[in-house]
Design a binder for this molecule. Sequence first.
Ligand code: SAM
Ligand code: SF4
Length: 329
Amino acid sequence: MSNLVDDFGRQITYVRLAVTDRCNLRCQYCMPAHGIEIVPRNELLTYKEMYRIVRVLTELGVNKIRLTGGEPFVRKDFMKFLEMLSFNDLLDDINITTNGALISKHIAELEKLKKIKNINLSLDSLQREKFAKITRRDVFPEVFKTFDLLDKSSLNVKLNVVVQSGVNTDEINDFVALTKDRNIDVRFIEEMPFNGNGQRQTQENWNFTRILNEIKSQYTVVEIPSERSSTSRNYSVDGHLGTVGIIPAFTRTICNDCNRIRITSTGTFKNCLFDDGVFNLRDFIRNGASNEDLKNLFLQLVKQKPKDGFEAEANRKGNVTESMSTIGG
Ligand code: SAM
Ligand code: SF4
């Protein structure tokens, strides 16, 4: 049981850690075409610092981590860091979110690291040209190859599809079709304004309900029970091996059971995706904080966790304009 409990009685057992702010792609909904201003290398947490932060968190009851970014596989020696993290006996699950463009050669190695169970692969279109438009890079063949290899591997695959109005909504049911013979979860994510610029102009609002209705227009789906703190509502599809889910990332109907905290690549502690960032762990560590200091700090910080993403956003000093690659998606 976690000792990290917020003021609403929610236990924090899951940390999402961005290992870098760099990325090899430039997804339209995440970054401007020229990329974001990346931070100097010495401002990024080192692997040793990350390991230490995670160790302290696990001593407080966190048992699950998601590694994300930017693109985690862009950071040098990321595979070594995964190995290092696997030695933490208090961690049960190490999950990774990746764009898949750099990992096909690592899959066999990933399978050997027993704590790595789930890979979330981001794939927003099944059409090469559209994929290139969305990501501003022509790497669909490589990403789809990764998808195939992951599907055949012992790892669980979740496909993350950001639903973008007027861009890939016509493919929602093509993605559902992928679950017919593959034991994968396809999860549709509501687009959020974290693209380095703020809210994008869209003609239509593709929220949870609309996505679900689109699926129901072609398929019979039944809601299946999800883990309490799941970010998605999940559905089985009649006659399909895999499942589909929808993540109400923007309409935020999932905050009640939130068990997560986030740490950005520069060591900013975040209680919520929508908050401003509440503390700089990197400077705290580099100024000599002990593990005991870190523990006490975490116990205090989670008490500031806002009730939900709306409260977090209302408390921000500025508007939501940063890129997901900085926050760590
Ligand atoms: N580079 C990796 C990737 O793309 O999977 C990991 C980092 S990325 C920021 C993590 C997830 O956030 C991806 O699934 C991505 O599609 C999603 N994401 C990024 N920007 C988003 C936005 N504005 N709205 C919704 N999801 C977004
Ligand atoms: Fe890179 Fe992932 Fe952002 Fe796309 S969503 S630009 S792959 S960090």
